[in-house]
Design a protein around this ligand. Structure first.
Ligand code: NAD
Ligand code: MG
Length: 378
């Protein structure tokens, strides 16, 4: 489990705790929250606990003294732990670019992936698709929209798929004017109407960058070109996404907004786990509504098509700039609409690479971060 201490990580551990006969966490990792990692490792007894930040090794080791759990620290240990032979499946629940290297190594080692870390496919969609083609590793989507689409596609002929419709809650600013969004603060963006998630993805939901990322993610997970993937705002977050077929039929997957369902479906290799979440009581719902997203107020949404049309390292640049800009917004250093402006200005400055290999992506990410940080401090 990459990112055991986060929102997806904790919900996955709920499932593991409830089903010890089916699942065991053999490796738990975290970025910096060493106290929480110690607590989880003492409770779940993995073979190994890894903290990504080097200097926290001593604290982790002291915390786990006498527990029998092995400890490791640093970025190499974090990326290498996915290769352990006893692992069947790697849950990528780390946030941002940090998911890329361990995911690549997990695929090379033939491990199945429960993919929550969407940034991996945003940054390196072509590279990952190429690696998967020559690996025994399979990818099971954890993102609720992609899990919904995978469920709708079960048993269908891929040639009959007309388009994918990815639903979006619209986030906390769905009804705000562009003018009011100028005044949005971190606390406003973190106040998501339907989902409780980590801070970065919650801000991405507020800008709708999250939906742009999900369009890119869907492009690579399902091999469908971007022109046939549409985002649709659905404020109740009950319909988790839909597939439209060539005969005019639309299949949708519905449920309460609860990540335990898509997580359990991925852990079970696309099978259902009884009572993963409370049942949906449709009879208590007065309405399910849908509306077109507004690219004027949410311009980040348009970056999905920018990324997929231009290709190359463009999505990697967008992701790097977005990570830096979101962090700056969370620390009150830039205004909410500046997130989009910083990304566009970074895109203008990072050199284009048409067919990036891994090293090009590493360089692009570093350059995008450097430029975005510079733009923010000026
Ligand atoms: P989170 O911030 O709650 O947790 C992130 C986890 O990653 C933590 O365990 C943290 O310690 C670890 N981490 C952070 N930076 C790291 C680094 N540099 N190196 C190693 N580990 C690091 O995030 P989350 O909401 O659980 O989201 C995780 C991923 O899942 C994201 O890519 C997000 O887009 C995706 N996702 C989340 C949800 C959700 O409901 N939370 C839904 C769909 C997709
Ligand atoms: Mg999602």
């Amino acid at each position: 489990m990459l990112g055991a201490t986060g929102s997806i990580g904790s919900q996955t551990l709920d499932i593991i705790a409830a089903h010890p006969e089916r699942y065991r966490a053999t490796v738990l990792t975290a970025g910096t929250r060493v106290d929480r990692l110690v607590e989880l490792a003492r409770r779940f007894r993995p073979r190994l606990a890894v903290i990504a930040r080097d200097e926290l090794y001593g604290e982790l080791r002291r915390g786990l003294e006498g527990s029998g759990v092995e400890c490791a620290a640093g970025s190499e240990a974090f990326a290498a732990c996915v290769e352990a032979p006893e692992i069947d499946m790697v849950l990528t629940a780390t946030v941002g670019y940090s998911g890329l290297e361990p995911t690549i190594r997990a695929i090379r080692a033939g491990r199945d992936i429960a993919l929550a870390n969407k940034e991996t496919l945003v940054v390196a969609g072509e590279l990952i698709t190429g690696l998967l083609a020559s690996s025994s590793s399979r990818v099971f989507p954890v993102d609720s929209e992609h899990s919904a689409i995978a469920q709708c596609l079960r048993g269908e002929d891929p040639a009959t798929v007309r388009r994918l419709i990815i639903t979006a809650s619209g986030g906390p600013f769905r009804t705000w004017t562009a003018e009011r969004m100028l005044t949005a603060r971190a606390a406003d963006a973190l106040n998501h109407p339907n989902w409780s998630m980590g801070a970065k993805i919650t801000v991405d939901s507020a800008t709708m960058m999250n939906k742009a990322f999900e369009i890119i993610e869907a492009r690579y997970l399902f091999g469908i070109d971007a022109g046939r993937i549409k985002a649709l705002v659905h404020p109740q977050s009950i319909v988790h996404s839909m597939v439209e077929f060539t005969d005019g039929a639309i299949k949708a997957q519905l449920g309460v907004p609860d990540m335990h369902v898509p997580i359990a479906y991925a852990l079970g290799e696309n099978s259902r786990l009884a009572d993963a979440a409370p049942a949906l009581t449709l009879e208590q719902m007065s309405s399910l509504t849908f509306e077109q997203p507004d690219p004027e107020r949410f311009p980040c949404l348009t970056l999905a098509h920018t990324a997929l049309e231009r290709g190359g390292n463009v999505a990697c640049t967008i992701n790097g700039a977005n990570e830096v800009a979101v962090d700056a917004f969370l620390h009150d250093r830039i205004a909410f609409p500046d997130i989009y402006n910083i990304i566009c200005r970074t895109l203008d400055s990072v050199p284009f690479v048409a067919s990036p290999g891994y090293d090009d992506l590493v360089a692009t990410n570093a350059e995008a971060r450097r430029i975005a940080s510079e733009l923010i401090s000026h």
